[in-house]
Design a protein around this ligand. Structure first.
Ligand code: KIV
Length: 287
């Protein structure tokens, strides 16, 4: 019998860092994908606000709401009861004040049974991080390229490529660790900066586009399976081309509907033996 997967807890991710075991992390937004991820043994799922682009077709993540994130997190949790699930705080769910931050972070735990939350930003979100941590919630920081503030960063650009920029990312990492985060995500920084921060911090540091030295890797599922077609960041490796496969399946279906190859008798329901002549007779009598 297949062994039932045990959900990893936060202390186990810390242990994995000590043992230098890499963590495998992907985003998930829906029930089927989260189910496949759990079956594949993925360590951690992020219900990312990237769902704005990957599921809703928005240009960016800014329009995403808490209610959307909660609905998707609930579906992911139902599909993956034995996987560590993290909810992503959308734009304006935590920036305005610490009370908003705590209430919205708490919704991920109370309504969607998430194990942790993630929020973007360094030193400037330290008060929010402290308040959420004080409420007893596991927090993951997210620095480097932070898509919610990409306007200020001049677009979706790699960070930490100059001394000044690298020092800012390093100082943000230290400030967040001191504020109580238990995990850190680094996005789009050179591998040298990824390595420096991974070795500097005692907490696990994971990367998306942060090179090979971090304690684990995150990829956006829609990039990984080749479903998202708008653009492909440099750090993405596509492990499948679902877009092409899906388009071909739809075309094959259309061809078979048009040429009568689908449906075949094996796709139909049989009437109970002897009922058809009775039905036709009744209809004839009625006419
Ligand atoms: O929303 C998300 O998927 C993210 C990644 C870009 C890291 O935050």
């Amino acid at each position: 019998m297949a062994e039932k997967k045990q959900k990893k807890m936060i202390y186990e991710f810390h242990e994995m860092k000590r043992k230098q075991e890499k963590v495998v992390w992907i985003t998930a937004y829906d029930f089927p994908t989260a189910r496949f991820a759990e079956q594949a043994g993925v360590d951690m799922l992020l219900v990312g606000d990237s769902l704005g682009m990957c599921v809703y077709g928005y240009k960016g993540t800014v329009p995403v709401t808490m209610d959307q994130c909660i609905a998707h997190a609930e579906a992911v949790r139902r599909a993956a009861p034995s996987t560590f699930v993290m909810g992503d705080m959308p734009f304006l769910s935590y920036q305005a004040c610490t009370a908003d931050a705590v209430r919205n972070a708490g919704r991920f735990l109370k309504e969607a049974d998430c194990d942790a939350i993630k929020l973007e930003g360094g030193s400037r979100v330290v008060p929010q991080v402290r308040a959420i941590v004080d409420a007893g919630i596991v927090v993951c920081g997210h620095i480097g390229l932070t898509p919610q503030s990409s306007g200020q960063l001049g677009g979706h650009k790699a960070q930490g490529r100059t001394v000044e920029s690298a020092r800012a990312v390093i100082e943000d990492a230290q400030a967040l660790q001191s504020a109580g985060i238990q995990l850190l995500l680094l996005e789009a920084v050179p591998p040298e900066v990824g390595r420096y921060i991974t070795e500097l911090l005692t907490i696990p540091v994971y990367g998306i586009g942060a090179g090979m030295h971090t304690d684990g890797q995150l990829l956006i599922v829609s990039d990984l399976i080749g479903q998202f077609q708008a653009f492909t960041p440099k750090f993405v490796k596509k492990y499948e081309n679902i877009a092409e496969k899906t388009i071909n399946a739809f075309k094959d279906y259309a061809d078979e509907v048009h040429n009568g190859a689908f449906p075949k008798p094996e796709h139909t329901y049989k009437m109970v033996e002897g009922e058809l002549p009775k039905l036709l007779k009744q209809m004839e009598d009625k006419a």
